[in-house]
Design a protein around this ligand. Structure first.
Ligand SMILES: CCCCCCCC/C=C\CCCCCCCC(=O)N[C@@H](CO)[C@H](O)/C=C/CCCCCCCCCCCCC
Ligand SMILES: [Ca+2]
Ligand SMILES: [Zn+2]
Length: 275
């Protein structure tokens, strides 16, 4: 009897609209199989940005640590799980979406959180990474207790990252680096404004018959993460592998003020050997 009950609950967790969350976009407007169409397809931006970022960060990751690639590999899963969530609005979709974000955050903190901002009792990055892993496992388990608060907790990490960037930029005079930091923060501000206005200003957007703010959030947060993570990677490279003479450039064209930022290592093998 209990077994039947629990398997029904399992099936219920996969059911369309079994999540408590429902975003502003009208449900089933464009397809009877896809609950929120624009919110679903806007996640494809993660599937486009992630492989490009993996390619662009490869020279730096190869020199520093290949584990860095985990961040953008996991971002592909964020895109897939988030699409599945908006396609079904199921509880399983919601948890996959949120937990994949938790693990991307964990990977990003482990590889890029500045060493000088570690708590005083932590002496090196591998101890810090182990602590992050422990916190992430506990967070994964507790995320099932009150699923409706997860998204707010996750967004507070955005604030912490902006604070981290602000601390890192306090003594920076390099205009290229400062511009990248400003762009990352500006994109995050735009993204979070879209997320909040979709959550709390839906009636306003419904009056305008334009309920797509959450979809814009997906695109803008992907761009912000691309800019923010390149910034942190660049700062990491200047501190940890200075012999590689890291520089910043935009893809596809170095002269363009917009595009995807990436790190170029100008130090030759010969220069590296000398250092
Ligand atoms: C110190 C800076 C390093 C930057 C590293 C970046 C680490 C990236 C971490 C997370 C990726 C976020 C991916 C967004 C997922 C979108 C899926 C989605 O929309 N989910 C919603 C439901 O559909 C859910 O409600 C959203 C929850 C909120 C997620 C908040 C994630 C925080 C992202 C912080 C990025 C800050 C970049 C700041 C740059 C200055
Ligand atoms: Ca909806
Ligand atoms: Zn979403």
């Amino acid at each position: 009897m209990g077994g039947v009950y629990s398997s029904e609950r399992m099936a219920g967790a996969f059911a369309y609209e079994s999540s408590d969350l429902d975003w502003c976009e009208d449900n089933y407007k464009h397809s009877e199989h896809v609950v929120e169409y624009f919110n679903t397809i806007s996640n494809f931006s993660f599937l486009i940005i992630s492989p490009v970022m993996l390619y662009l960060l490869h020279p730096y990751a190869k020199e520093r640590n290949l584990a860095i690639h985990l961040v953008w590999i996991m971002m592909i899963f964020v895109g897939l799980f988030s699409s599945y969530f908006h396609m079904t609005l199921s509880f399983v979709g919601q948890m996959l979406d949120e937990l994949s974000i938790v693990w991307v955050l964990a990977a990003a903190y482990s590889v890029w959180f500045p060493r000088k901002m570690f708590p005083s009792f932590i002496k090196d990055r591998s101890t810090f990474s182990r602590l992050v892993l422990l916190v992430t496992v506990v967070t994964t388990l507790t995320s099932f207790v009150k699923p409706t608060v997860n998204a707010y907790v996750l967004n507070s990490f955005g604030l912490h990252m902006v604070y981290t960037v602000a601390v890192e930029m306090r003594c920076c005079t390099d205009q290229k680096v400062l511009r990248l930091a400003k762009l990352a923060v500006a994109l995050w501000v735009l993204a979070i404004s879209c997320w909040i206005s979709d959550r709390f200003g839906c009636s306003f957007w419904q009056e305008l018959n334009f309920c797509y703010m959450h979809g814009f959030w997906h695109i803008l947060i992907g761009m912000s993460v691309a800019y923010g993570s390149t910034l942190m990677a660049y700062l990491d490279a200047t501190h940890e592998i200075p012999y590689s003479l890291p520089g910043l450039q935009f893809w596809p064209c170095a002269e363009w003020p917009v595009g995807l930022p990436h790190i170029v290592l100008r130090g030759t093998t010969k220069t590296r050997k000398q250092c």
